[in-house]
Ligand binder design. Structure first.
Ligand code: NDP
Length: 252
């Protein structure tokens, strides 16, 4: 099998996994964070789990990228920088910012995240560094700049939304409060909304099936989880703002 057909096969695997994920997570909520429960086997510290499962998106992605024929050309380098802005933060900074460091997550969640991130890193790194065949001309294409704009907006929203959640806890606390203000007046999960914008922006900037597959996977994963968070808030807090939606302002 050539590299190109192996790549195509794995891209289809990401799309199939997105369909599988939305089907499963609509009924079984991934057991970490507020949805943690027993019966999911051995666990590990949450902060470590985040580093382990996300690290292929930094390390493997960089290795595969550097092996690509176009690794040192300007358009792929711009896309590499965008990807790493998100994943260096998610892998090596975010786990040390969360105020749930003493919490644990099941190793099975970490394992699934790790495998997904390996496949997704391969699909996207090989695409931008080689198979996508981006030339200098892409640097003046509006799709690149619209995509980067959407990504940047999503990153800002994701970062700010996570920061506001973290600020709800004093050091050492592990309980939950109702987040209020800014996008929280409209939706329960602005961090997921921002993440979804980021990878939608990536899909536009790369104008590719691998980019689209990742954006769809993100929606498949975070859509049901946002609904689960939203239900959880409403069940737990009798004064939860009734007009708030789950993930997309005024819509969903
Ligand atoms: P959550 O919104 O569940 O939690 C984010 C952090 O804030 C956690 O540390 C959580 O603590 C804390 N927190 C959440 N709500 C409250 C509250 N009401 N009061 C006090 N503290 C609160 O996000 P996730 O943990 O699921 O995800 C973390 C990041 O990873 C997000 O930015 C998300 O977008 C991204 N992500 C991306 C995915 C993808 O498919 N691309 C998949 C999953 C996550 P605790 O852990 O104790 O609940």
């Amino acid at each position: 099998m050539s590299d190109a057909s192996f790549h195509q096969w794995l891209t289809v695997a990401v799309l199939l996994f997105a369909a599988f994920t939305v089907a499963i997570t609509s009924f079984v909520i991934a057991p970490y964070g507020r949805h943690t429960r027993t019966g999911w086997g051995p666990t590990m510290a949450s902060w470590l789990g985040w580093i382990v499962m996300e690290s292929p998106a930094v390390v493997l992605f960089t290795g595969l990228y550097l092996a690509g024929e176009r690794a040192f050309q300007s358009t792929p380098l711009v896309l590499l920088a965008v990807w790493q802005v998100h994943y260096v933060h998610r892998t090596f900074i975010f786990p040390f910012r969360i105020r749930s460091a003493e919490k644990r997550m099941p190793c099975v969640i970490v394992a699934v995240g790790l495998v997904f991130n390996c496949v997704n890193a391969y699909v996207n790194a090989v695409w931008i560094a080689e198979l996508g065949a981006y030339t200098e001309a892409w640097l003046t294409d509006p799709r690149l700049w619209i995509g980067l704009g959407v990504f940047a907006l999503g990153f800002h929203i994701n970062y700010k939304a996570d920061s506001l959640l973290m600020a709800l806890r004093a050091p050492g606390e592990s309980g939950y409060r109702i987040p209020r203000g800014w996008l929280y007046d409209y939706i329960s999960c602005p961090n997921y909304f921002g993440e979804l914008l980021e990878w939608t922006g990536w899909a536009i900037a790369t104008w590719s099936l691998p980019g689209l597959a990742f954006a769809l996977y993100t929606a498949a994963n975070l859509g049901p989880r946002a609904l689960a968070h939203h239900r959880w808030y409403r069940e737990r807090f009798s004064d939860y703002p009734p007009g708030r939606r789950a993930l997309i302002p005024f819509v969903f």
